[in-house]
Design a protein around this ligand. Structure first.
Ligand code: DX5
Ligand code: ZN
Length: 224
């Protein structure tokens, strides 16, 4: 079943919250009516940093009312899907670049769907948008990274707007029900511009949990 949520919407990223502020971050995300909460998993191999893992997902998955939007920046994603499903991930987005061939991409998508979760596929800023075409009708979400994955607080790469428009056109042309997610450097300028280019779900951490309240910042990102 396709992922159906009201769009455009936000997926607040807990990566921007220090451990002491995770609860506050979840409460902030709920207070702005976000349908998803974004959990970045990093293994220190596919990306340099390490961040949340399976245990974190398990710990927080039932402490809020949002879908657990798990972005796994890890090597060999197909080997870890069952663990994330058991931990309570509702959406699992893996990286195309982490799969050596089409076989592993298909295996990863199948494992996610067999486990009853929504499958997302992500591409890094230098991966051709055409690379997602073979899977466009098989996934529920396509994540176009707006920064190099690996850490929060980076600057949005302006070439991404064209990539968002490209992927949106491909989704439309193929009849795919996939939603288009963007992640990295989303703020009051890049958020509205990404929506204009075709983004459905905007991941936001540093800006959303910045100086003003999440309510004020969410409205600015969504241009309300
Ligand atoms: C980066 C992560 C992002 C990150 C976005 O690799 O995938 O989800 O949290 O954070 P900001 O909004 O700080 O760029
Ligand atoms: Zn992310």
């Amino acid at each position: 079943m396709a992922l159906v949520i009201k769009t455009p919407c936000l997926s607040p990223s807990l990566l921007a919250c220090t451990p002491f502020h995770i609860r506050e971050g979840m409460a902030g995300a709920e207070s702005i009516g976000a349908p998803l909460i974004h959990i970045d998993v990093m293994d220190g191999k596919f990306v340099k940093n390490e961040s949340f893992g399976v245990d974190f997902v398990k710990d927080v998955h039932n402490k809020h009312n949002m879908l657990n939007d798990t972005h796994i920046m890890i090597e060999k994603p197909w080997e870890k899907i069952d663990d994330f499903i058991k931990a309570g991930s509702n959406i699992i987005t893996f990286h195309l670049e982490a799969c050596p061939s089409e076989k592993e991409v298909r295996e990863t998508i199948k494992k996610i769907h067999d486990g009853g979760a929504y499958a997302g596929i992500s591409i890094k800023p230098h991966t051709s948008t055409n690379a997602i075409l073979p899977y466009i009708n098989d996934v529920d979400l396509i994540l176009v990274m707006c920064v190099e994955p690996g850490w929060g607080g980076q600057k949005f790469i302006p070439e991404t707007y064209e990539r968002i428009a490209d992927v949106k056109a491909m989704i439309k042309a193929s009849g795919s029900k996939a939603l288009l997610q963007v992640d990295g450097g989303i703020n009051d300028i890049t958020g509205p511009a990404s929506i204009k280019a075709g983004a459905d779900i905007l991941v936001t951490g540093t800006y959303l949990f910045g100086d003003e309240t999440p309510e004020i910042r969410a409205a600015k990102i969504l241009n309300k």
